[in-house]
Design a protein around this ligand. Sequence first.
Ligand code: NAD
Ligand code: FES
Length: 295
Amino acid sequence: MYKIVKAEKLADKIYLMDVVAPRVATHCEPGEFVIVKMDEKGERVPLTICNFDREKGTITIVFQTIGASTTRMAELKEGDSFMDIVGPLGNPSEFVHEDLEVLKKKKMLFVGGGVGAAPVLPQVKWLHEHGIDVDVIIGAKNKEMLILEDEFKAVSGNYYPCTDDGSYGWNGMVTTKIEDLVSQGIKYDECVAIGPMIMMKFCCLLTKKLEIPTIVSMNPIMVDGTGMCGACRLHVGDEIKFACVDGPEFDGHLINFDEAMKRQAIYKTEEGRKMLELQEGDTHHGGCGVCGGDK
Ligand code: NAD
Ligand code: FES
């Protein structure tokens, strides 16, 4: 069992929990995710790790209530436990393996949207702890929906909150803030954009035009998170990849977001899943990464 030592509501339908999971906390890196199962009846929910404390042996997860399982998860309180937390899964963010001296010379921009701001935090924090302060744009519908503001302020070089309704910070979507910063003459070498699919799509369309290489996290299309269900299959350039096994982070300029979003909608129904299995044959599954699966 995995004990919850902190449970907090961050905004409408968005919850943060610190959970004792020492083995995950010891080994995890920014970009990786866990699969959380509340109890026997709970679905497997893949969640990017939002923070970790190796000394305390805790990890932080942030989730939005979007279905029955996450709604039941939100009812858990400090002192309650999750039945299962599996991880760390997936691959760490690329910069974790880059030469620090090379990294220090780069001007990096991180963009988080809505609840997708949570997975941005461990990346910005890791870079800050390694002497690199990056620019951070966080977008939300309004001031009340903006999450983890103090945490971002503490580890960012420049922090730019944006709201769609102009109730706080920059008035407009994150893409308009990227344009604003670039128009001021700031030259970014790399961008990391994590949030809703539609946000990542439009960030990538813009950064492609601006010639800023961009990484995105395809966590939103995952379902079982083990390579077996086929939900997270996507084209990255000409290659077929699986977000949970090969990602979750990919070169955003190589992703066909329209295809991924359309496939995500089809996958939601039983009939749609059967049709995708027929069309995709042996390439429908990604393999668990251990046994080779059906790949
Ligand atoms: P939201 O709809 O409030 O959008 C957040 C911000 O994204 C907006 O404030 C805006 O700045 C930007 N945005 C939205 N649409 C845009 C567009 N068309 N063009 C440019 N910018 C745009 O976000 P939400 O409701 O909190 O989002 C929830 C989604 O985030 C879920 O679908 C979930 O799957 C996804 N998510 C993604 C990740 C990931 O790893 N990529 C992680 C957690 C959650
Ligand atoms: Fe099921 Fe990746 S989430 S195959």
